[in-house]
Design a protein around this ligand. Structure first.
Ligand SMILES: Nc1nc2c(ncn2[C@@H]2O[C@H](COP(=O)(O)OP(=O)(O)OP(=O)(O)O)[C@@H](O)[C@H]2O)c(=O)[nH]1
Ligand SMILES: [Mg+2]
Ligand SMILES: [Zn+2]
Length: 219
């Protein structure tokens, strides 16, 4: 007897992700999926990014956390519309959750949708959520060995933001070593050292976003 097997959670997720992608493409919305360990600075980076680009683009944010609406409340203070997903235990976002969140916001007129994934350096990288690009954050206090130890995210991401560079004088973190390792995993990745706290390095990151919005509109 042949037993039916539901192949993979990942396969089902990928189908749903493709549907989301079609929807976002139709609206020409650039979708960025931000992934990092807890506390690397995703929300702080978003706060500064939103404030800097608010007058140029229509933007929205989907916040993913296991519990609380703390991050969505921080985002709401910038005036940008946001929906909080509480995964209640799950350590990543999947396409079904994003689908539900998009029903709660007006996505048709957005130039950019940011998705802040659950703080976790491992499995969020495995789940597509209809994004154009994964954006990885690695913060200086986490240590310069992380790309070698947790390579998947760094292999998948389009951009690596090395955050908290204001702390470089106090910690042993070899930026050049990280750049070399990450480039060997993923030659196409762009690496921007930034401080979400001081704004240092933000010009290059903001330029990258502006350029990608332009490309998306031309498609
Ligand atoms: N010194 C310094 N601190 C930062 C920087 N960016 C963020 N922080 C601090 O790091 C802590 C965590 O920042 P969050 O933005 O909440 O990090 P997160 O990645 O959103 O965290 P989760 O959502 O819990 O995964 C906060 O105390 C921030 O103020 C930075 O560039 N420099
Ligand atoms: Mg956060
Ligand atoms: Zn997970």
């Amino acid at each position: 007897m042949k037993i039916p097997v539901i192949r993979k959670i990942l396969e089902t997720n990928e189908e749903k992700s493709n549907q989301l992608r079609e929807k976002f493409d139709k609206n020409k919305t650039l979708v960025l999926n931000l992934i990092s360990s807890p506390g690397a600075g995703k929300t702080t980076l978003l706060e500064r990014t939103l404030s800097s680009l608010k007058s140029d683009f229509k933007m929205g944010v989907i916040e993913g956390d296991i519990q609380t609406t703390a991050d969505a409340q921080r985002i709401a203070k910038t005036g940008v519309s946001t929906v909080q997903i509480n995964t209640e235990g799950a350590c990543h976002l999947d396409s079904n959750m994003i689908f539900a969140a998009t029903e709660k916001m007006n996505i048709t007129d957005l130039d950019i949708l940011y998705i802040e994934n659950v703080g976790n350096l491992v499995c969020p990288a495995e789940f597509k959520v209809g994004e154009d690009f994964k954006i990885a954050l690695l913060s200086i206090p986490e240590g310069d060995d992380k790309p070698e130890k947790y390579p998947l995210l760094f292999s998948e991401a389009k951009v690596l933001l090395l955050n908290k560079i204001d702390l470089l004088p106090y910690l042993d973190f070899d930026v050049e070593k990280v750049k070399k390792v990450v480039k060997s995993l993923n030659n196409d990745i762009e690496i921007f050292p930034v401080s979400a706290k001081t704004g240092e390095g933000f010009d290059a990151w903001l330029e990258w976003i502006k350029n990608e919005v332009k490309k998306k509109k031309q498609n």
